[in-house]
Design a binder for this molecule. Sequence first.
Ligand code: HEM
Length: 447
Amino acid sequence: MPIRADSRLHTVPLRHVLGGLRAGGPLALMERTGRQAQGALTRLDLGTFRPFLVTHPDHLRHVLRDRADNYRRGTAMWKAMGRLTGLGIAGEGPRWRASRDLWCKGLSGGAHAHADGTAGSAEDAVAELERRVAGGATVDALAEMTHVVLRVVNPAFFGSRIPQHRCDRLAAAVAVAFDSLLWRMALPFVPLAVPVPGDRAFGRATRTVNEILLPLIRRARYERPTGPDLMSVLLAGADADGRALSDEQVAQDVVALFVAGSESSALTLTWAWVALAAHPDLAAELRAEADAVLCGGSVRPEHARRLVVTRRFLAEVCRLYAMAWAVPRTTAAEDVIDGVTVPAGATLVLSPYLTHRLPQFWERPLRFDPGRFAAERVRGRHPLAYLPFGDGPHQCVGQAFFFQQAALVVAAMISRFDFAVPGRPEPRAAVALRPRGRVDLVLTPRR
Ligand code: HEM
């Protein structure tokens, strides 16, 4: 598959796409394509559907920053997801802008406004886990991380007004709905009116979500909330026309919270244990830091800032296990990217997962090395070579919140448990980057 001499476009013909899919699935195909294209703009031939794969930091800057207005969330995946998450924060235009402003307000100082509640919840969740595995036990890493994350986000997202068991049910329904969009993502040319696998599960999960959320929102609205949690901010906020958000709009933004905030955090924390188990020296370093900062006590909000090694480690987890492995966009009008014409209506798949593996920007890219995030090494790097949280107008609003909470969770756990992850869990490409199969986490409380 040579780069064509007459253009900078790298093309992958249908037979290679099909062969690659058969041989190793979508992620292996992407990895192979990324290695061969080496950052060149790439067109995948899937018959009538020919998406462009964008990985080079210069091209990403063009799409996400310089011409962001021309690259929209119009793809079928966004449209399908819009049935669940609405056109607020997950959409575009004035409604998105109004929602984003509210979200930024709600999360501003994710490190401050919610800090006490979330640190306390992290501590409680880890202490509860310690009681459960008192004599040592093997747990499902993703299930446990989801459990911990949901407790941590409940005060910040909902002012703890959702009882925990309902929060768990809501998260499970949202996860089903989100995952059942994979076919819509893979078959973007199929109209929504034509059923595809996953549609039924999506419909059932959406009904569960509404049954849980709408009564809760009505009650919360009646109480005229003024708290700093995101749900209160949304209820007190206004849309682009200055009108209060409807119950449905608040429900949709709350669902978007789960999609954007909790699953991504739980998945990334799951990969964190996989990476730590594979690098015992690093685990020892993180534990030494946690012991020094926590001094045998509980995690407190102010610890997050001092967990420097832990935060670098998390940044490296986000590089090699970029949860948002593929971020789709659609071109509004024809454009030229680095000499290649991209027609109007084309689908672009931006892949942080592949960008983070480009050897031109990352020395020995597959090596797990948190030292890459030491300030002096970050300075010399292309600013768009690292984008696990996206970039441009839609860049993640929860990045600071994630690092704060995740650092506290890792410190609380590593100071309490010895741990191991048997086998070598590998990622697979679902809508998010998920583990292939269950990840076992063997936990033994430290004496
Ligand atoms: C490891 C954790 C996380 C990762 C990897 C991640 C990744 C991303 C990415 C790649 C985007 C850009 C999507 C696009 O360009 O279309 C994004 C957007 C977003 N994220 Fe995150 N995220 C994480 C955690 C969170 C958390 C904890 C929250 C909320 C508290 C959050 C809220 C959002 C929101 C609201 C958006 C949409 C912003 C907009 O469209 O204006 N994320 N995230």
